[in-house]
Design a protein around this ligand. Structure first.
Ligand code: G3P
Length: 231
């Protein structure tokens, strides 16, 4: 992607959410495993830890680090908000926006994408279905990750349970803005789910529990990366 030298597709982004296995020192360990899997396979693997872990992780690894959210605010009087500049300075290269667990109004998604662009953060807008993905595409984010909420955390992969949502999202987004990279997520737990996602036209995946809750997250990330290459 132009201007962001360590980002390339296919890309796997691991959302750490607020899982115990991905908090504090454990978050750092998990990010190190992601880096090792990325080096081993040559596939871009990014991590999205909690805000307070961004700085520590970004200093320890050289894979892309994404914030889980930003607020569309500026320097000034916004106690308790997440300032895009702080996220960037902490070492993140991008941010999720509008995750199903952190939904925003359309006007705020637009403002957050603009702020991300202003400070040089890659915007990854999460969407729940095809029409919302199409609306998000009009706002010119860098990436859109479609995740049917009812499949999140279930282990039932979107790429197999709802392939039509993925293909119609790819089609709608590319029609509106061919520059936008489309990812999908929810329920992805093995390499097959990843190759299915790529074959449906996505350029990567957003995943959480399939990696974070795995017995051997490193092995799972290597499997995912190899599957993404083979698809
Ligand atoms: O952001 C990714 C996430 O919402 C998907 O969760 O646990 O189904 O991979 P999971």
């Amino acid at each position: 992607m132009m201007g962001y030298s360590n980002i390339k597709t296919p890309i796997i982004i691991v959302n750490f959410k607020t899982y115990a296995e991905a908090t504090g020192e454990k978050a750092v360990k998990l990010a190190e495993m992601a880096e090792k899997a990325s080096v081993e396979t040559g596939v871009c693997i990014g991590v999205s830890p909690q805000f307070v872990d961004i700085y520590k992780i970004a200093r320890r690894v050289s894979i892309p680090v994404f914030s889980q959210h930003i607020d569309p605010i500026e320097y000034g009087s916004f106690t308790g908000h997440v300032l895009p500049e702080s996220v960037k300075e902490a070492g993140a290269v991008g941010t999720l926006i509008n995750h199903s667990e952190r939904r925003l109004k359309l006007a705020d998604i637009d403002a957050a994408i603009r702020r991300a662009r202003e400070v040089g953060l890659i915007s990854v807008v999460c969407t729940n279905n095809t029409p919302v993905s199409a609306s998000a595409a009009a706002l010119k984010p860098n990436m859109i990750a479609v995740e049917p909420p009812e499949l999140i955390g279930t282990g039932i992969p979107v790429s197999k349970a709802k392939p039509e949502v993925v293909t119609s999202t790819v089609e709608a987004v590319k029609r509106i803005n061919p520059e936008v990279i489309v990812l999908c997520g929810a329920g992805i737990t093995n390499g097959d789910d990843v190759s299915a996602a790529i074959r449906l036209g996505t350029e990567g995946i957003l995943v959480a529990s399939g990696v974070v809750k795995a017995k051997d997250p490193y092995k799972v990330m290597v499997d995912f990366a190899e599957a993404a290459l083979k698809a």
